[in-house]
Ligand binder design. Structure first.
Ligand code: PEP
Ligand code: MN
Length: 262
């Protein structure tokens, strides 16, 4: 179902009225984790004013260490939905377990994180609903494996899948992961699904978010996912890769200029 052979036209995924793919470019922005009402509301207003189409914020966080901040869970989702109401931006947040699905009823785009890309039972459950799914590439997944994970969701009847390249593990340690820009043209050839790029998790380094965002546009990405925090130095998660709202605004100007060439 994900194969372009059987579906020559680009798929356009409609996220509560915000279209992704087939020439519709969107930017998802927001903090790594929802921390407080002030934090998520402030960031939501700022990224909306800069032109983001969707708001992100994690409530269930897949942290490497069990001692790191795990997210506000249901309380975080409530704050995210309040920010959605206040700004009108559709919201994106990660699900870690299918048993949490009832909490995600008002979430517009459900994210499957890199660590769960091959959680097949979760993918099967997400195939049974009709909400759009943002499927991030696994830490060490081949493009074929990634597309097979999309297939798990689509096989159940949910064809609203957006792929997100977020860097893969290589021998290089200068960046958190290695952004695989070549995945974009490869996917475009193999599949009709929209592909977004997350330069924040790909690099882990704030200064590298802009150049790689622009490169992703040149490579044909259908959108970006960028972490933005109102006080990155105090962020509970992923501060070093988070842009300030001012930096995000400047990024959006360059994104819009760059898009005119492609
Ligand atoms: C995230 O987007 O918050 C996240 C944890 O990303 P990834 O699954 O790509 O590491
Ligand atoms: Mn993060």
């Amino acid at each position: 179902k994900a194969n372009r052979k059987f579906h020559p036209n680009d798929t356009i995924v409609d996220v509560s009225g915000v279209k992704v793919g087939g020439g519709n470019f969107q930017v998802i922005a927001g903090p790594c984790s929802i921390e407080t009402k002030e934090q998520i509301t402030e960031v939501a207003n700022d990224v909306k004013n800069s032109g983001a189409g969707l708001l992100r914020g994690g409530a269930f966080k897949p942290r490497t260490s069990p001692y790191s901040f795990q997210g506000l869970h249901g309380d975080g989702l409530k704050l995210l939905l309040e920010a959605k109401k206040a700004t009108g931006l559709p919201v994106v947040t990660e699900i870690m377990d299918a048993s949490h699905l009832p909490l995600f009823e008002d979430v517009d785009l459900i994210q499957v994180g890199a660590r769960n890309m091959q959680n097949f039972e979760l993918l099967k459950e997400l195939g049974k609903i009709d909400k759009p799914i943002l499927l991030k590439r696994g830490l060490a997944a081949t493009i074929e494996e990634w597309l097979m994970s999309a297939e798990y969701i689509m096989a159940g009847g949910n064809e609203n899948v957006i792929l997100c390249e977020r860097g893969i593990r290589t021998y290089e340690t200068a960046t958190r992961n290695t952004l695989d820009l070549s995945a974009i043209p490869v996917i475009k050839k193999k599949s009709h699904l929209p592909v977004m790029v997350d330069p924040s998790h790909a690099t882990g380094i704030r200064e590298m978010v802009e150049p790689l965002s622009l490169a992703a546009i040149a490579a044909g990405a259908d959108g970006l996912m960028v972490e933005v925090h109102n006080n990155p130095a105090k962020a509970l998660c992923d501060g070093p890769q988070s842009l300030t709202p001012e930096q995000f605004d400047s990024l959006m100007n360059k994104v819009n200029k760059t898009r005119q060439f492609f």
